[in-house]
Ligand binder design. Sequence first.
Ligand SMILES: Cc1cc2nc3c(=O)[nH]c(=O)nc-3n(C[C@H](O)[C@H](O)[C@H](O)COP(=O)(O)OP(=O)(O)OC[C@H]3O[C@@H](n4cnc5c(N)ncnc54)[C@H](O)[C@@H]3O)c2cc1C
Length: 802
Amino acid sequence: MKTHYRAVVIGGGVVGASVLYHLAKFGWSDVCLIERSVLTAGSSWHAAGGFHALNADPNIASLQAYTIDLLSEIEKESGQSVGMHMTGGMTLAGTPDRWEWLQSAYRTFQSIGIDDCRLVTPQEAGELCPIMSTEGILGGMWADREGYVDTTGTVHAYAGAAKKRGAEVIEHNRVLELHQVEGGWQVVTEKGTIHAEHVVNAAGLWAKQVGRMAGVELPVSPLNHHYLISDTIPELEKLDFEVPMTVDLEGFTYMRQDQKGILLGIYETDHEHWMMDGAPWEYGFELQQEDTDRIEKELILGFERYPALQDVGVKTWVNGAFTFAPDGNPLVGPVRGKPGYWCACGVMAGFLQGGGVGKSLAEWMIHGEPEADVFGMDVARFGDYAQNKRFIKETTGQFYTRRFVMTYPNEQLPAGRALKKAPAYSDMTAAGCRWGASWGLEVPLYFAPSKDFVETPTLKRSNAFEIVAEECKAVRDGVGLLDISGFSRFEVSGAGAEAWLDTIMASKLPKPGRARLAPMLSGEGKMKGDLTVFNWGDGTWWIMGSYYLREWHMRWYQDHMGDDVVLRDISDATVGFSLSGPNSRKVLENLTDGPIADLPFMGCGAFDIGLIRAKIGRLSVTGELGYEIHCSAVEHITLREMLLEAGADLDIKEVGFNALLSLRLEKSFGIWNAEFTQGYTAAQTGMDRWIDWDKGDFVGRDAAIKERQAGGPEQILVTIEVAASDADASGYEPIWKDGTRVGFVTSGGYGHIVGKSLAMAMVDRNVAAVGIELMVHIVGAERSATVIEASPYDPTGKAMRG
Ligand SMILES: Cc1cc2nc3c(=O)[nH]c(=O)nc-3n(C[C@H](O)[C@H](O)[C@H](O)COP(=O)(O)OP(=O)(O)OC[C@H]3O[C@@H](n4cnc5c(N)ncnc54)[C@H](O)[C@@H]3O)c2cc1C
């Protein structure tokens, strides 16, 4: 062991070994992995080693696909067998809704280029897995590249391949303390102290403690998980092939062959947390006692699905723990305020995702940014609120229990809620508001006409369709009132404020009393934000964006901070409402004698609104005349009451974000995580029209210019009209032209005013012209679609500017 390394990876499970391998592969050989015991001594040794294609987040599904390809590569490189059994795999659907979902998931895979899947009938499923009862199965999805590996062999293969590239593996050496020092971290271990420029927390079951060593409280907890391995099954002995890895979603089980028996894993609906503060240091190769009472329901279903289990004994029980983040995805990346401290933990499926995690993290550490859009596993997708133990317990428990439970896009799940409430929450609830959650904050979805209204979970248009239609109509015809506490607001001030904003934003900056749409780019020219910058004219500026990106954006701002800049996240202290619709100005005029009528489109300023000194911006996401009115949190209730009263004779109606999403689609206004992601360049999304090419240097300038000089992107955003009847596009549905895949939907929905099913889509440029006929799969069904002019509602923007 040396006293200095460029990077120290803490933890020798599958994830740490993969990070080490990728660091070495991408050029950092001065790296070591430190393991408390021996390689695999956490969750990794007792995993079932299975890998499958499905993941609800398509970006993570892509990284899973990468991992599957990588497994044979590391075997070759290291000379260590990974014990690959590429049996193929099946995911089974046992309800009509699930079958529809599986068919759309199959199409989503096509969108992201995973082409080795196909749908199978129950009969085919039975033939592919002859020991399985097909009772109740409506269909399945087959994937060629699914199967299982030997877990110990795989960890050693990653580590062996890393060692061949110059990395070191040091076992029997616990990391005891971490101290932030000049130029990196002091890593105090049982065998001595090391100076490292970077440390990686890949401590698996102990990630919580290794977080705390650096003052980081990670939203992660272990949960127990069972599988059994059966005795030899005579039917399997007779087969000349291995049965496929099979996931029975309605049965809560996964199954793979294990020698001539089977391994049956169970996602317990009655879940159990284990050592929420991290495993004991002496824990390693032990297991928990099996608890068959707790898993009885799932076991019965499993034994019915694989009837041979009823005739043979159980050879081995495994009840071991592995870690979960609140949404079940990994926690990867740098931690704000801790330069050189990186996370690679909370990885629920290390053998499936470890490769992608290692690759992305190594790219991040070496090049400053990962190649793929990894927001879905970025540790900065959570904020401080997620450090709360009960929040972690509820959310991880909910994820675990629902791992194989069908979740509908319009379904609201209860865990960790209601956590943050804007002050007018109770009054709005009394007015019928139905809530969703964004980054712990309750945000209004729509206002139900009666207390008894229950929205039916569905993949198609829900019974809230007409409610949302009424809200849209109210905005277009009169005036809609929307709680906009769920936007982020960063206040920028200080002598260096303007210069800093000019560097991190690609757009021109607004003049005093003006606001401006501002794309923010990474050094590679990829999108980092679709923001609005306000110049209040008094030396203070605001950056407004998506509430759930607060930590992610704050990390970016701090990493790119300028001199003499004071940056404050005021998102929870400053809240507000927006008014939009032709009557919105009249509502404000009833409350102010200030020159509100003189406020131009994209203008902003301070006004007396009734009793409140409010900050107002004249802009709207609905495409109507609109105002965003900001006040301090303590004034939120009063602001709502005053606006409702002032609008009483002007057809004011409270509306939610579901209406906003429909209205913005009619204007072809993109939103983050759909049309705009860090996977796209500004030119792909059309945001390049806001870039100020003539100003001096800004982050991402060179890359954006290079893209322009190279003739622009291959795919661009368009608006399409879909011949849909009962379901609208939602995102990632593939788009075809004469049988060739030419793009995918970024988001979709129903335009209640234009009376059309609409979507925005990223398509090849040669099919982006208005009038081109395409085909799209919506909830698995083929629908024709046509490229239309952007902004099907009010294309000239008269209403908004009027
Ligand atoms: C029953 C069961 C079945 C599973 N089946 C599958 C499956 O089929 N497919 C799949 O992909 N995943 C499966 N998993 C999940 C899989 O086991 C985990 O995702 C994976 O092992 C996580 O790996 P890791 O490297 O993050 O953590 P771990 O394997 O927990 O590794 C962390 C390592 O860090 C070391 N460490 C911790 N603290 C320190 C310190 N201070 N100093 C030095 N070293 C330290 C530990 O000793 C340990 O070796 C299963 C899990 C269980 C429990």
